[in-house]
Design a protein around this ligand. Sequence first.
Ligand SMILES: Cc1cc2nc3c(=O)[nH]c(=O)nc-3n(C[C@H](O)[C@H](O)[C@H](O)COP(=O)(O)O)c2cc1C
Length: 340
Amino acid sequence: MQNLFSTYKIKNLELKNRVVMPPMCQYSVEKKDGIANDWHYLHYVSRAVGGTGFIIVEMTDVEPDGRITDYDLGLWSDEQVPALTKIVEAVHSHGAKIGIQIAHAGRKAEDAAEPVAPSAIPFDENSKTPRALTTEEVKGMVEKFRLAVRRAVQAGFDAIEIHGAHGYLIHQFHSPLTNKRDDEYGQDLTKFGREVIEAAKAEMLADMPLIMRISAREYVEGGYGIEESIEFSKAYKDAGADVFDVSSGGEGQIAAWGRPGTHAAYQVPLARQIKEALQVPVMAVGRLDDPILANAVIGNEEADLVQVGRGMLRNPYWTLEAAKQLRKENIVPKQYEAGF
Ligand SMILES: Cc1cc2nc3c(=O)[nH]c(=O)nc-3n(C[C@H](O)[C@H](O)[C@H](O)COP(=O)(O)O)c2cc1C
C-alpha cells in the first residue's frame, strides 16, 4: 500500500515522499531581469527544509514578452542560470528534488507591448489583442523553449515541467477556441506542443523525466472537455511526456461558465481519468491541503504524486506537520524537534 510518505521513482528522479510543491509565480523579480533573487532562494529552500519531496519552480519564461508580468523569472539568457543553480544546490542539500516549469504566457503576457499568440484573439475585453505568430516565428518559439530547457539542465534541475495549462501559449495552440490558424500549426492543434516536448527531450538527459502540465478541462462555453484532453495528452505522451500534471481552466475568467467550484480535491477526478486512459503517472493538484485527503488520493491510486500549493504558501512546514498528523516516521529536522 502506497501512502503520502512512500518513496517514488520515475526514471532517475527519486523522491523521498509524494508531496510536491507546485509552480507558483512569485512576481518578485524587482529588477525585471528574469533573474532569481534572495526571495526565490528563501522561498524554495524553506520548503525543502519543510520536508517537501519535490519542488517545482514557478513559471519561468523563454523570452521577455513570454512573461505574465515583468516581475517573472526567465531563462532566455545564460545570465539567468547561476541564481537558479544556487537554489538547486541548496534544495538538494536539504534532501528535496527540484524541477522547473518552462513557459510562455502568449496572449496572457500582460506587460508585453504586443503579446503574441496562435491567433489574434484577446483573452477578454480588458486585454491587448495579440499578434498572430507567423509560421516561421512558431518554429522559432520551439527553439526558444529548447534553449530555456538547455539552460535549466545546465542549472542542475532534476526534471523539467512544460506549461501546457492555464490558457498560456501551449494551451492556446491546442485549444480550438484560440487556435484559428490555417497553417500546419492550426491543422494539427498539438503540433506546437509536441515539437516543444521533442525539443525539450533532446536537451534533457535520457533518464530525466519531462512533466507536462495540462488543463484537462476548459471552463468557457464551447471549451474542450476530458475526452479531448485525453486525446491531446496521448499525442504529448507519444512525443515524450513522462508524467502529466493535471490542472484545469485558465483560458477564461475565473467565474467562467461550467466551472465546478473549488471544493477539496476538485481536480482529482481529472487526474485519475488521465492516469487510467493513458497509463501514465500523474500529479494531482487543487485544494489537497488536508493531509488525510492527500494521503487518500495516493492510497486510492488516483494519482502518483500530490501537490500542495496555497497550503505551502501558508505553511512551509506543511509536510512535516502532515507526517506528524498521519503518524509517519519522524521527518522533523533535529533543530525543530522541540516545536513538534
Ligand atoms: C500565487 C500563485 C501562483 C501560481 N503560479 C502558477 C505558475 O507559475 N504555474 C502554474 O502552472 N500554476 C500556478 N499556480 C497554480 C498552482 O500551481 C496550483 O495549481 C493551484 O494553486 C491549485 O493548487 P492549491 O489548491 O494547492 O493551491 C499558481 C497559484 C498561486 C496561488
